[in-house]
Design a protein around this ligand. Structure first.
Ligand code: SAM
Length: 458
């Protein structure tokens, strides 16, 4: 691979005796990882029937390297949201953010959703995650990943940090700014980042990163935790941004957190800063660990302008308007889901109770999507299926991952199945995958058209 000459020269200057080991890593293949989605399955249960060649990633309990011969992105378990394919170093970030159930969390630069889906797993459906992405097409992918992973308490927005900051002052317990960056740490994975690299790009990224952090500050509660991360080595975008930030926001300090022993510390000398606290920030190096390059800083807000008072201006839904949904839920579920029901046109959702009203925001997903209120009937959604378990549904049909039926289901074909007329939750080895509607022993396939497997995807 052709690494930019100026980049190499700079890295040599920074790394000195470690430089040789560092450049050697570019001759090696990138490492690949998957993170088990503990919202749907425990690590232990997954390992009991895992079909891949997995090796544990030492800094993350639910993270594993998979073999070069494995194709986890093309397996029914992927479609059932049992894991998320994620670069191993990136898995450290949500662990360090350390979200706790019942907290309000913002992931400000969230697409495609690696860290958001990890945060949601840590929240265990309790509390509230706002996943935001500024670019519309990337926000759609984020929203699909939130759905696939069976997340119920997440709102997906497509907003700028400035507009969000106008609505959520002092609101969040923890905020992640996984900032857009020059991507030096991903050159093995992302050829485009390598081709587009320049010192101008580094400088413009650093300016944008500081702008984004300045908006994040407004949305964080006093005593809240702000985690800043990049996948680049350039000190201007890492220690440099944090140094400038701390000079402006005196109420923030760098927190030291417990980390895996193979990670390194920040380098204040690379930006000629006297702030020794920058050593408490974290650098992940590809020649020291099996993972790509990353930088993580944990910041604590020590005081602030007071706590957010939640003004609940949301309107109660008229339950009569969704009576067909309640008929569906009574007929097909053992227990009707609780929460704040909202209608977005004819789409029915349960919105996380901590979410403020939806006005003036570009929202892609206002919570757990349950389905569509059609004329005199309710049609359940894919997101509804993916967040339900076998125990919650009255009618279940389960196929094994190896069966020809599961392939037919994922391709969208109808299936011959004996059983009761009506809606059935379809599972792969006990984990929900979608809906089917049975009549006269023929299962009409409700696996979404856009997700169906084609001959090429098998
Ligand atoms: C490093 S990526 C995020 C990766 C994501 N956190 C994950 O784990 O999957 C940075 C994201 O920031 C978005 N972004 C770009 N410019 C932005 C801006 N000015 N404000 C906020 N986000 C921005 C990019 O579109 C990109 O999706």
């Amino acid at each position: 691979m052709h690494l930019p000459k100026d980049f190499l020269k700079r890295m040599q200057g920074f790394m000195q005796e470690e430089y040789e080991a560092f450049v050697e890593t570019y001759k090696e293949n990138k490492v690949q990882g998957l993170r088990i989605n503990t919202l749907k399955i425990s690590v232990e249960d997954f390992l009991n029937f895992n079909p891949f060649h997995l090796k544990h990633i030492p800094w993350i309990e639910e993270g594993f390297y998979y073999g070069t011969e494995d194709k986890p992105g093309k397996h029914p378990y992927h479609e059932a949201g049992l894991y998320y394919i994620q670069e191993p170093s990136a898995m450290a970030v949500a662990t360090i953010l350390d979200p706790k159930p019942r907290e309000r969390i913002l992931d400000l630069c969230a697409a495609p959703g690696g860290k958001s889906t990890h945060i949601a797993a840590r929240l265990k459906h309790e509390g509230f995650l706002l996943s935001n992405e500024i670019h519309p097409s990337r926000a759609k992918i984020l929203s699909q990943n939130i759905e696939r992973m069976g997340i119920k308490n997440c709102v997906v927005t497509n907003e700028s940090p400035e507009r969000l900051a106008q609505r959520f002052q002092n609101f969040f317990h923890r905020i992640l700014v996984d900032a857009p960056c020059s991507g030096e740490g991903m050159f093995r994975k992302d050829v485009e980042a390598c081709e587009q690299w320049s010192m101008e790009k580094v400088a413009s990224c650093a300016r944008r990163q500081l702008d984004i952090l300045e908006q994040a500050v407004k949305m964080l509660m006093p005593e809240g935790r702000l985690v800043y991360s990049t996948c680049t080595f350039s000190p201007e975008e890492n220690e440099g941004v944090i140094d400038q930030f701390l000079k402006k926001y005196h109420e923030f300090s760098i927190e030291a957190v417990e980390i895996y022993h193979g990670f390194g510390g920040g380098k204040p000398e690379w930006i000629k800063s006297e702030n020794e606290g920058l050593r408490k920030t974290i650098r992940l190096w590809p020649h020291r660990i099996q993972g790509e390059g990353h930088y993580i800083a944990v910041l604590k807000k020590n005081d602030g302008d007071g706590e957010y008072k939640i003004k609940n201006s949301k309107k109660e839904i008229d339950r009569k308007a969704i009576k067909d949904y309640f008929c569906f839920a009574e007929e097909y579920l053992h227990k009707i889901p609780e929460g704040e029901y909202i209608l977005f046109g004819e789409q029915l959702y349960i919105m996380p109770k901590e979410m403020i009203s939806l006005e003036y925001l570009k929202i892609l997903r206002p919570g757990w999507h349950l389905g569509t209120m059609k004329k005199n009937r309710f049609e359940p959604s894919h997101a509804f299926a993916l967040a339900l378990t076998e125990k919650e549904a009255k009618n279940n049909i389960c196929f094994s991952a190896e069966s020809k039926e599961i392939l037919s289901y994922l391709k969208g074909d109808p299936l011959s199945v004996d059983g009761k007329k009506g809606w059935h939750l379809i599972h792969v080895d006990g984990y929900s995958l979608g809906w089917g509607k049975l009549a006269n022993n023929v299962l009409k396939n409700h696996y979404p058209k856009g997700l169906r497997w084609t001959v090429d995807s098998v």
